[in-house]
Structures are given as structure tokens and as C-alpha cells.
Write a protein that binds this ligand. Structure first.
Ligand SMILES: NC(=O)c1ccc[n+]([C@@H]2O[C@H](COP(=O)([O-])OP(=O)(O)OC[C@H]3O[C@@H](n4cnc5c(N)ncnc54)[C@H](OP(=O)(O)O)[C@@H]3O)[C@@H](O)[C@H]2O)c1
Length: 249
């Protein structure tokens, strides 16, 4: 089966491509690096020709509010139109747990706009909403740092390993479209400041984490519901401490 991965050269896309190839599928990683661009439309029709499934794991090169919104709206429109023309029968997209609960966060507004385009298209779809990847925690800590102090919210946080995201994505890609949302989170749930502390301790980084209920996460104050999944999420297998102990972490 021909499966096109938009963003197939990125962190998740590369892992997903490997998993789907192992199962014998004809996988096409599509991104500017492979001369396919969902913003300009370059190479899109050719890449999608004969494809049965498209997985969208592209990301905006800029996380600035209006740039991210423009990216996901333009990319989503161009991609869904090209899929309709090519007769694609399953559109899979990777989104973020809580996209509908954090309107103060511009990036989440952009992901919600992407999801809404999918919901109103006529293509059968599955949206996998994952929590934050372990690989993203260093970026959260850095963006919350002021010198030697890192202010992080004590709100509950339940991140997941990118390997678990790719595995869950492979499963929903090869399953029937659910025309709805599936949630995925990691096996451990504790406060965001605690994750930050564990991360810095393992890295032997001297910065100190301060729990602050008003600390903003990409523009938004958090509560215990903001970034955690609902009642029945799929859970990844990799524990944060085991991931931290890996040399590549
Ligand atoms: N980070 C998190 O914690 C988190 C949590 C939940 C969900 N997500 C979602 O997971 C998805 C994948 O994230 P990631 O970390 O794997 O991303 P990533 O490593 O930054 O990769 C982004 C991919 O998007 C491609 N891309 C950029 N512009 C494009 C364009 N105009 N046309 C086609 N492809 C384009 C890039 O291609 P080139 O290599 O050619 O530049 C690259 O393959 C994102 O949609 C994100 O919202 C992230």
C-alpha cells in the first residue's frame, strides 16, 4: 500500500516511515527536503498519485502565533485538496492533547485550525492527539529560563516518548478511520516543574526550577487539565527516567 508521510523527514516522520516500511508498505516521505511542499504545492500532486493513506506530521518552521496559524491553515487546505483529487481514503494527522482547551496559546490555536479543516473535509480521517514529546522538554526548560532560574507551572504534565508516538501513529494509520480523535500520553503523570527538575538533574545542569502557578507555557497559564488527556487515553510504554538514562536523550 502506498502511504505518503507529509513531514516524513522530521522526528516523528522518520520513525513512522521505518515502522511502516518494516510492515512492507511503499512509504513516501514528503517534505521540502524531498521536493514536496504543502505551502507552495510543489510536487504534491505527483507524491500523492496512487496513495491510499496520507499521514500529516509536518510542523511549522516558526512557532510565532500568526506564522504557525498561516502554516497549518495553508498546508492543511492545500493537502486536503490534493488528497481529494488523488482519491486518498484515509487522512491521519498528529495533533496535541488539549488543543481545544488552551486558546491563549497561539500554537494550539493553529493546531485546532488544522484539525477543523480535517473535520470539515470529506476525507475519512483519524486525528492522534499526543502529549508533549520527551524530546521537547529541554526546549520548554530553555524557553522558561531567566539566567539560572527556570519558572515552570506546577500543573500536571504527562509527556510521551517519540518512539511511542510513532508506534501509536503506525497503528492508527493502518487501522480504519475513526473520524474523530484518539489521545496518547506517557505512562507517568506529575507536575511540569518536577519534570523540569528531573531533566536538569540528569543533565547535571545547575539551573534551579521554581514552581510558579503563573508561569506561562507558550503564552498560557496552565491548570491540571490543560495538557493532560481525558479519561481513556492510550499510554506509551517508555518511562521518563528510562528515557533520560539513554545516551541519546
Ligand atoms: N513537539 C511536541 O511535543 C508535539 C506534541 C504533540 C504533537 N506534535 C505534533 O507533531 C508533529 C510532528 O512534529 P516533529 O517534532 O516530528 O516535527 P519536526 O521534527 O520539526 O519535523 C517537521 C517536518 O515538517 C516538514 N515541513 C516543514 N515545512 C513543510 C512544508 N512546507 N511542506 C511539507 N513539509 C514541511 C519538515 O520538512 P524538512 O525536513 O524538509 O524541513 C519536517 O519533515 C507536528 O505537527 C506537531 O504539532 C508535537
Amino acid at each position: 500500500m502506498k502511504i505518503v508521510i507529509i513531514g516524513g523527514t522530521g522526528l516523528i516522520g522518520t520513525k513512522l516511515a521505518g515502522k511502516l516500511r518494516q510492515k512492507g508498505h511503499d512509504v513516501v516521505p514528503a517534505s521540502p527536503r524531498t521536493s514536496v511542499n504543502t505551502i507552495t504545492g510543489e510536487g504534491l500532486g505527483m507524491a500523492l498519485s496512487g496513495a491510499e493513506i496520507v499521514v500529516d506530521v509536518a510542523n511549522s518552521p516558526s512557532f510565532e502565533d500568526s506564522a504557525a496559524l498561516k502554516f497549518f491553515e495553508t498546508s492543511g487546505r492545500n493537502l486536503l485538496a490534493a488528497e481529494a483529487a488523488a482519491g486518498v481514503r484515509h487522512h491521519v494527522a498528529l495533533s496535541v492533547v488539549g488543543t481545544d482547551r488552551l486558546p491563549e496559546c497561539g500554537y494550539f490555536r493553529a493546531k485546532l485550525a488544522q484539525e477543523n479543516l480535517i473535520r470539515t473535509s470529506k476525507i475519512p480521517y483519524t486525528i492522534l492527539r499526543a502529549t508533549q514529546f520527551f524530546e521537547f522538554i529541554g526546549g520548554i526548560v530553555d524557553s522558561s529560563s531567566d539566567g539560572q532560574t527556570v519558572r515552570l507551572s506546577p500543573a500536571l504534565f504527562q509527556p510521551v516518548a517519540s518512539d511511542d508516538v510513532a508506534a501509536a501513529l503506525a497503528g492508527v494509520t493502518l487501522g480504519a478511520p475513526v473520524n474523530g480523535v484518539v489521545e496518547l500520553a506517557g505512562p507517568d503523570r506529575f507536575s511540569l516543574d518536577e519534570f523540569g527538575r528531573k531533566y536538569l538533574t540528569t543533565k547535571k545542569d545547575p539551573r534551579k526550577v521554581v514552581a510558579d502557578v503563573h508561569a506561562r507555557y507558550f503564552g498560557a497559564e496552565l491548570d491540571d487539565r490543560s495538557l493532560t488527556p481525558g479519561s481513556n487515553p492510550r499510554l506509551g510504554l517508555v518511562r521518563f527516567e528510562d528515557w533520560l538514562a539513554r545516551p541519546a536523550a
